[in-house]
Design a protein around this ligand. Sequence first.
Ligand SMILES: Cc1cc2nc3c(=O)[nH]c(=O)nc-3n(C[C@H](O)[C@H](O)[C@H](O)COP(=O)(O)OP(=O)(O)OC[C@H]3O[C@@H](n4cnc5c(N)ncnc54)[C@H](O)[C@@H]3O)c2cc1C
Length: 380
Amino acid sequence: MASAPRREVLVVGGGIGGLAAALALARRGAWVRVVEQAPAISEVGAGLQITPNGSRVLRALGLSPESVGVRALAVEPRDALTGRPIARFDLRRAGGDYFFVHRADLIDLLRQGAEAAGVPLRTEARVTAITPHGVELDGGEHLSADLVVGADGLHSVVRRHLLGDDRPFFTGQVAWRAIVPVEQGPVARIWMAPGKHVVTYPLKDGRLNVVAVREEAQWAEEGWSHRDSPDALRRAFGDVALNLKAILARVTEVGRWGLFRHPVADRWHDGRTVLLGDAAHPTLPFLAQGANLALEDAWVLAREILRDDLREGLDRYQAERRPRVSDAVGEANANARNYHLKGARRRAAHAGLWTLGFLAPGAFLRRYDWLYRFDVTADG
Ligand SMILES: Cc1cc2nc3c(=O)[nH]c(=O)nc-3n(C[C@H](O)[C@H](O)[C@H](O)COP(=O)(O)OP(=O)(O)OC[C@H]3O[C@@H](n4cnc5c(N)ncnc54)[C@H](O)[C@@H]3O)c2cc1C
């Protein structure tokens, strides 16, 4: 690819954004390595949706999302109380390839790509501090770099170094996540009820990804590894239709986390450290953009910082990315309200969806053209 200034980059975090950034940078000639706190670049998480804007980045990185995902055909809003579909929108009109993927499979695809590009990946390496010339690891070892990329997710050490403590607020919503052995066609179903909803979509090998969200006054911890009992999930959704109950009845293991709103970072870099993905802009799951935005960030960062002056490249990266991710984060916040309507507003919204599905099914997805048809890889 392009001849680039030889820069030493250290990526903190071997998640989706960190591995994609490492691969993108290595392909452009940077000397890049990744440090990950977990004991393995690992098999954690559940389903993710890779929308066309994210698929384009994977392909531009030389990876094929179809090797790990199920190609999505439609999205189907349903009434969770009757179990019946309200409408069906054809995702083949979304403007590109749309997949349902297990996070572990996507991580594996990115890891293999990064390793093939010669990126050293070091596990059990937790960054505890950012220093003037690099980072310090748990245990005291120092690693130096020209640039430290903070791809360290929701509770980012790099973000804290740049911006101090963030003040997220609890949205009053709690989410459960599970995978069950249930066959479902290649469709994302959004089962909506007053004050709660469930999203189900298939993964490879006959698994169904289930995300259930409910409004709750009680605070729940934010994070990906908190467990809950399947019965607590079933009790929370005790009033839903039998076909949805049958899915929840198959849950044997479930994770639970509180949904918090975080501000998009005001400042993404200081010339030596830079934020990417959830570290810069954690987003609620209601637009399925967490992984896709991290992939887009990775591409733009690699393109901009290897051109010329590092600080100018970082400025361009922030200027290009911040408005777009702010729009996506705002849209995800709004969707949370739309899924949980009650009473007359709920009836009116369902009637509106039904009419749209019947009369102008293309119009539903056209609302997302700005998101899905965007090609971050278009100018190199
Ligand atoms: C364990 C886990 C499970 C998840 N499961 C899902 C899921 O099922 N569905 C979904 O939609 N999203 C899930 N996510 C979130 C999703 O991957 C992200 O929202 C999105 O992909 C953005 O990616 P990211 O690279 O910014 O952050 P992440 O993918 O969260 O990656 C951050 C990485 O940084 C590492 N890290 C953090 N702090 C340090 C440190 N101090 N030193 C070294 N390494 C560090 C973490 O271990 C992690 O591997 C999960 C995230 C994690 C970490």
